[in-house]
Design a protein. Structure first.
Length: 318
């Protein structure tokens, strides 16, 4: 079920309609079941389909609720109305919430990585009066069957990409992009457990442009070797939905695919298995052939060894 939803999410992101908006939000989250509160933050991308309909993808980190550390991806469909001469947008959104929860024991010495799908309903008010800079207040209500229910309230600052002097949503530019890219990455791998130890990681990635809105990658990923949690490497392939901005100087994308890995941290010793890799990426081209790229990878396993891999690297495009 998760992979079907991710596939639909990738397809929806690639639709060449409307404008593009990028937000970073911060605020608080409340566990309704246990009446606990903590911080929350999110990164979201919104694609309008005209005046009253939009699609968005959000990464939401719900902070640390006692013995549970939960975050997830939320693709949503929005209904919106523009008021005050199209300077204020009021919208309601709904969609699935693909979450990963590090469920810790009360003592903090054991944990489980729990994956699931919930429902997220949202309200957002966005101010366009000083475009391309945007301001947003947002509330998210999350309901799940196998985890806790929660409410998040955040304030955000956004940016309208490829901005024009007109208020409100805008139209995209047509882009001519390079077809191939090779990137060498360095970064850190952080397991989703009670200790969150980091390890030095490296990756070599080949990226191929399939169309204006889709790319494919093949990569070797070495997650490094932390003292007790992560010691693995492998081959990953992903399909990406991407959007280019400012004549292909700035690119955003989301990808998903299988990860064939060799893991020496498994409780039963070294093993070869297949995990899922879900990733967000952004790149900036500073010359016709060279760019910098940053990627966040979430490794999803079925044996409680999930990890975040944060990577930055130099890319050659041809």
């Amino acid at each position: 079920m998760r992979f079907i939803i991710v596939a639909l999410m990738l397809l929806s992101t690639a639709l060449p309609l409307g404008a593009q908006e990028l937000f970073v939000n911060g605020g608080g989250s409340k566990n309704i079941d246990e009446e606990t509160t903590t911080y929350a933050w999110s990164i979201s991308y919104l694609q309008p389909f005209g005046e009253h309909l939009a699609f968005s993808i959000m990464y939401l980190n719900e902070g640390h609720h006692s013995d549970q550390h939960r975050d997830g991806l939320a693709p949503q469909i929005w209904g919106r109305v523009m008021t005050m001469e199209r300077k204020l947008s009021l919208g309601v959104g709904v969609g699935p919430y693909l979450y990963s929860d590090s469920d810790l024991s009360p003592a903090g010495d054991t944990y489980h990585n729990v994956h699931g799908v919930g429902l997220i309903s949202s309200f957002a008010a966005t101010w366009y009066g000083v475009s391309p800079l945007l301001f947003q207040v947002r509330a998210d209500y999350i309901v799940t069957s196998n985890s806790f229910d929660s409410i998040a309230a955040t304030f955000g600052i956004g940016y309208q990409l490829d901005a024009t002097p007109a208020s409100g949503p805008m139209h995209p530019n047509r882009i001519q992009a390079a077809n191939n890219e090779i990137t060498g990455f360095l970064g850190a791998s952080v397991p989703n457990n009670s200790r969150s130890e980091s390890a030095f990681s490296q990756s070599l990635e080949y990226r191929r442009r399939l169309s204006q809105y889709f790319e494919w990658t093949a990569a070797f990923l070495n997650e490094g070797n932390s003292s007790s949690s992560v010691s693995r490497y492998g081959l990953a392939t992903q399909v990406w939905a991407v959007r280019q901005f400012y004549a292909d100087h700035f690119v955003l994308g989301i990808g998903a695919g299988p990860y064939l890995l060799r893991d020496s941290s498994h409780d039963e010793g070294s093993t070869t298995t297949v995990a899922a890799l879900v990733s967000l990426t952004g790149s900036y081209r500073f010359s016709p052939h060279w760019a910098v790229r940053f990627t966040w990878n979430r490794v999803l396993t079925d044996y409680d060894r999930d990890a975040d891999v944060f990577m930055g690297g130099l890319a050659y495009r041809f």
